[in-house]
Design a protein around this ligand. Structure first.
Ligand code: 48F
Length: 256
C-alpha cells in the first residue's frame, strides 16, 4: 500500500534538510546556466560547499535553446576539452568547430554538477546581497513565484565566503551591488560597463579574460563577465561559457 503522507514527508524533509545545510557555504552561485553549472561542478569536485540558486524551473539558462531554438551548440578548438570533461558527444563540423546537442550538454552539466556535490535550488531568485565591511558575504533570496506574482513577502538570507554572478546577460547580482555600493565596482568606471553588440571571436576571448572579481568577494563568469566589463556578445558558441566557469572555479579556490 502506498501512503500519500509518507511521500509528502519524504519530499518536505529531504528538501528542507538540504536547504538548512546550505544556509552557510563556501560559494553561492547565482544562475544555473552553462557557466554557473560548470563553475559549480569544478568547485564541488574539489570538496567546496557549493550552493546554486536558479530563478527558472529548468536549468541550463540559454543553453537548451541552442541557436534560434535549433537545439545545437558549437564550441571552438581550445574548448573541446570541456566536451570531453563532461562526456558530451560532438562532431567536428568544419575544422575547429565542434557541434553538440544542446539538450545533452545541459543534462551532462547538470548531472556532473549535482553528482560532484553542488546543491542546486531552482525556482529561487537572488534579489539582494549581504555586504559587510565593503565585502559581499551572502545573498538574499525569495521564491521566484513571489517575484512573478508581485507578492509582498519578505525574503531570507544565506551566507557564503564568496558569491559568483553567473546570471548571464542581465548580470543581476553585480547590478544590485553597483546600485547599493554607489558605483564602487572593480571595473574601469566603477560601474557596469555594459554589453556590446555581436562579435563572436572577440567575445569568446573577452569572456574568459574578464572572468574575475567584480567587487570584493563577488566574482563574475559567463555572459555576466561581458556585461560587467564591457565586452561583445557571441551568440550560440559556448566554449567561452564553459572555460569561464572553469576559470572562475580556479579563482574562487585561490581566494578561499
Ligand atoms: O543566461 P545564462 O545561460 O548564462 P551564462 O552561463 O551563459 C550564457 C549563454 O546561455 C548565452 C550566450 C552564450 O553564447 O550568450 O546567453 O552566462 O544563464 C543564467 C541563468 O541565471 C538565472 C537565469 O534564469 C538563467 O538560468 N538567473 C538570472 N538572474 C537570476 C538568476 C537571479 N537574480 N537569481 C537566480 N537566478
Amino acid at each position: 500500500m502506498i501512503e500519500e503522507t509518507i511521500i509528502s514527508r519524504a519530499i518536505i524533509e529531504s528538501y528542507l534538510n538540504e536547504l538548512l545545510e546550505s544556509i552557510e557555504s563556501d560559494v553561492i552561485i547565482g544562475g544555473a546556466g552553462p557557466s554557473g553549472l560548470c563553475a559549480g561542478y569544478y568547485l564541488a569536485k574539489k570538496g567546496y560547499r557549493v550552493v546554486i540558486f536558479e530563478r527558472a524551473l529548468k536549468l541550463g539558462g540559454g543553453m537548451p535553446g541552442g541557436g534560434i531554438m535549433f537545439n545545437r551548440i558549437v564550441v571552438q578548438e581550445g574548448a573541446r576539452e570541456m566536451f570531453d570533461e563532461f562526456n558530451i558527444r560532438n562532431h567536428e563540423y568544419e575544422p575547429g568547430y565542434f557541434v553538440a546537442n544542446s539538450l545533452e550538454a545541459t543534462a551532462a552539466l547538470t548531472d556532473k554538477a549535482l553528482k560532484a556535490g553542488a546543491r542546486i535550488f531552482n525556482l529561487i531568485t537572488i534579489e539582494d546581497v549581504i555586504i559587510r565591511e565593503n565585502r559581499v558575504s551572502g545573498v538574499v533570496i525569495n521564491w521566484s513565484s513571489v517575484e512573478i506574482a508581485k507578492l509582498h513577502i519578505d525574503p531570507i538570507s544565506f551566507s557564503s565566503k564568496v558569491v559568483v554572478d553567473a546570471t548571464g546577460h542581465q548580470s543581476e547580482i553585480v547590478h544590485i551591488v553597483e546600485k547599493k555600493s554607489g558605483g564602487k565596482l572593480l571595473t574601469p568606471s566603477g560601474r557596469v560597463e555594459g554589453e556590446k553588440s555581436m562579435h563572436a571571436d572577440v567575445a569568446e576571448q573577452f569572456t574568459v579574460e574578464n572572468t574575475k572579481e567584480a567587487y570584493p568577494n563577488l566574482f563574475v563568469c559567463g555572459m555576466a563577465s561581458n556585461a560587467v566589463f564591457g565586452g561583445p556578445r557571441m551568440g550560440p558558441i559556448f566554449g567561452g561559457m564553459l572555460l569561464s566557469g572553469k576559470k572562475v572555479a580556479e579563482l574562487v579556490m585561490k581566494k578561499l
